[in-house]
Ligand binder design. Structure first.
Ligand code: NAD
Length: 306
């Protein structure tokens, strides 16, 4: 298989913007597209890229098209079109690859791969762990699913964007792992918030609790260290990851659980809570503002010193 030189990149949002920038720095020939023309314009002013005017343009001549989009439904629309030929697949040649780095539903990913196979276009799922800071530092952990030789062909892309590559298995397995990882994270975050909320009602200081919980019973606790202390207690609420995306990811994990008949009562409740909070408070709010869902119900906050 020939090396990937020319990349089409779709989705210049919080994550896609720095990721596309790293690909340019790594020497790839990058063409970018986003549904928001202002995002494309701003990116093109800062980087040596080609700005595509359409989804067909971004794919034309590309060895690979990378999608960094909200979910698999948007990815499917962008790649296959919604009854129109203004789509990535219409611009891609046989032998090219679609690399979906979004957090997508594994069933949707497998459906996309099946739909593209007759056109000779392959799919690799390569979702990322680590937020905007990791995307900016090119230190993402990248989970990868798909044909082994194809994954090797894509490896220079992963090297430019991340610090590790986790080979998961066949197509869709990386999207499954990503959703399950976010379920574990989402569960641990509201577990800590709920415990601290009860503790505060019982007269405990939130920061004292956060600092004590880690060594006492939680080991290295990512949500307390990276979310509760720096974003909830300080009221910064600025991780760069939307609450609605976490709700989506936990729902993907639970849909996947249902698809294989797995017993997952805790996950179902966690999914309901995240979806209810995103509906009530707002999809676009930072994930750490989930604390407000408990704060409003309890009439107190976890803010430092209050
Ligand atoms: P974002 O909303 O900031 O960016 C999405 C981008 O896609 C936007 O620029 C939007 O304009 C563009 N877009 C939407 N529909 C489009 C279409 N039809 N055609 C072309 N462009 C379109 O989202 P994000 O935070 O960058 O996240 C992207 C993906 O990465 C999601 O699947 C998310 O779950 C996942 N993710 C996010 C983080 C994070 O910390 N933000 C971390 C890991 C994974």
């Amino acid at each position: 298989m020939s090396a990937i030189k020319k990349i089409g990149f779709v989705g210049l949002g919080n994550m896609g913007n720095p990721m596309a920038g790293h690909l340019v720095k790594a020497g790839f020939d990058v063409t970018v597209y986003d549904i928001r023309p202002e995002a494309v314009k701003a990116f093109s002013l800062q980087h040596a890229v080609t700005a595509a005017a359409s989804l067909v343009d971004v794919a034309q001549g590309a060895d690979a098209v990378i999608t960094m989009l909200p979910d698999d439904k948007v990815v499917r629309r962008v790649v296959l079109g919604d009854g129109t030929e203004n789509c990535v697949a219409a611009g891609l040649a046989r032998g090219s690859v679609v690399l979906d780095m979004s957090t997508s539903d594994p069933t949707g990913t497998r459906g996309l791969a099946a739909a593209l196979a007759p056109r000779g276009i392959a799919v690799v799922d390569a979702p990322v762990m680590g937020g905007v800071v990791f995307a900016k530092d090119a230190t993402l952990d990248i989970m990868v699913g798909g044909d082994a030789a194809l994954v090797e062909r894509c490896r220079p892309i992963f090297t430019a964007l991340g610090r590790s590559v986790i080979r998961c298995g066949g197509i869709g397995t990386a999207h499954a792992l990503k959703a399950l990882a976010n379920y574990v994270n989402a569960c641990a975050l509201i577990n800590a918030i709920e415990a601290m909320m009860i503790g505060k009602r019982l007269g405990l200081d939130p920061r004292l609790m956060a600092d004590a919980l880690i060594p006492m019973c939680a080991g290295r606790n990512h949500p307390i260290e990276k979310k509760v202390i720096p974003h909830v207690l300080t009221r910064k609420f600025g991780t760069g990851m939307a609450m609605g995306f976490i709700a989506k990811d936990v729902k993907i994990a639970m849909d996947a659980a249902k698809s294989v008949g797995a017993f997952a009562p805790l996950g179902e409740r966690v999914s309901e809570l995240w979806s209810a909070a995103a509906d009530q408070l707002g999809f676009q709010l930072d994930q750490t503002e989930i604390a407000r869902y408990w704060e409003e119900a309890n009439g107190i906050t976890l803010a430092d010193g209050k």
